[in-house]
Write a protein that binds this ligand. Structure first.
Ligand code: AMP
Length: 215
C-alpha cells in the first residue's frame, strides 16, 4: 500500500503521516525530512539543497529524485510506505509513476486547507533538535517551554517557518505543486479530505480509504 499525501505546507502531512505509521506499520518517507537530515550532516546533497530550502524554493529535481528513489528501494518499504512532500511538480509525479508497481494499492490523498490556517500552524510550529518531534506554541505546547516532552531536547523554529518564507512556500506551492493535484485528479486517483478537522478524524478518513474494513 502506498499513500501519497498532497497538500500545501502546513496541511498537516507530517502529523498525519506519523499516526499512519503507527496504525499501518509502514514507513513515513518525507523528502523534507531527508533533505533536512542531509543539511544537518553537511552531505554534498545537503550543501547543495540548503540555500533553496532556506528561501522556501524547491530543491532541483535531479537532487531530490535520486534521494527519493534510493530511499524507496530500502527493504523496509516492501509492504508499502507513506510519502510526504513528494511529488512536488508534474515531472516528479511522472518519475514516481514509472517506479511504482501498478499492482500496489496507490492512494493519493489531497489534504485541503486554507491560507490563514497554514500560516497559523507553521508560524507556531516548533521542532525538537534531537528527535524531530513537532509541537505548536498554541495547539500543542510542550509541557516546559522550549523543551521537548519526549526526549528533553531543545525546540527550535525551522528557518523556513518564519512568516515571510511561509508566504514564499505558499507561492511556490500554488505555482508548482498545485498542478500535481490536477495530475492525479485527471487520472481519477485523487481523494480529497479536509485537513482542518482534528488529526485523529483526518487519519481515520485516510485509513478508511486504504483499508475500508478496518474501521
Ligand atoms: P517540507 O518539509 O515538505 O515542507 O519541505 C521543506 C523544503 O524542502 C521545501 O520547501 C523544499 O525546499 C524542499 N523539498 C522537500 N521536498 C521537495 C521536493 N519533492 N522537491 C523539491 N524540493 C523539496
Amino acid at each position: 500500500m502506498i499513500i501519497i499525501l498532497l497538500g500545501p505546507p502546513g496541511a498537516g502531512k507530517g502529523t498525519q503521516a506519523k499516526v499512519l505509521v503507527e496504525k499501518l506499520k509502514i514507513p513515513h518517507i518525507s523528502t523534507g525530512d531527508l533533505l533536512r537530515q542531509n543539511v544537518k550532516n553537511n552531505t554534498p546533497f545537503g550543501i547543495e539543497a540548503r540555500g533553496y530550502m532556506e528561501k522556501g524554493e524547491l530543491v532541483p529535481d535531479t537532487l531530490v529524485n535520486d534521494m527519493l528513489l534510493a530511499r524507496i528501494k530500502v527493504d523496509d518499504t516492501k509492504n508499502g510506505f507513506i510519502l510526504d512532500g513528494y511529488p512536488r511538480n508534474n515531472a516528479q509525479a511522472k518519475i514516481l509513476e514509472d517506479k511504482l508497481d501498478k499492482s500496489d494499492g496507490i492512494y493519493v490523498v489531497y489534504l485541503q486547507t486554507s491560507e490563514p490556517v497554514v500560516i497559523q500552524r507553521l508560524s507556531g510550529r516548533r521542532v525538537c533538535t534531537k528527535c524531530g518531534a513537532n509541537f505548536h506554541l498554541k495547539n500543542m505546547p510542550p509541557k516546559k517551554e522550549g523543551i521537548c516532552d519526549i526526549c528533553g531536547g531543545a525546540l527550535y523554529q525551522r528557518p523556513d517557518d518564519h512568516e515571510e518564507t511561509i508566504k514564499r512556500r505558499l507561492d511556490v506551492y500554488l505555482k508548482e505543486t498545485a498542478s500535481v493535484v490536477d495530475y492525479y485528479d485527471k487520472k481519477e486517483m485523487l481523494y480529497r479530505i479536509s485537513a482542518d478537522d482534528d488529526p485523529d478524524i483526518v487519519v481515520d478518513k485516510i485509513i478508511a480509504l486504504a483499508k475500508p474494513n478496518r474501521i
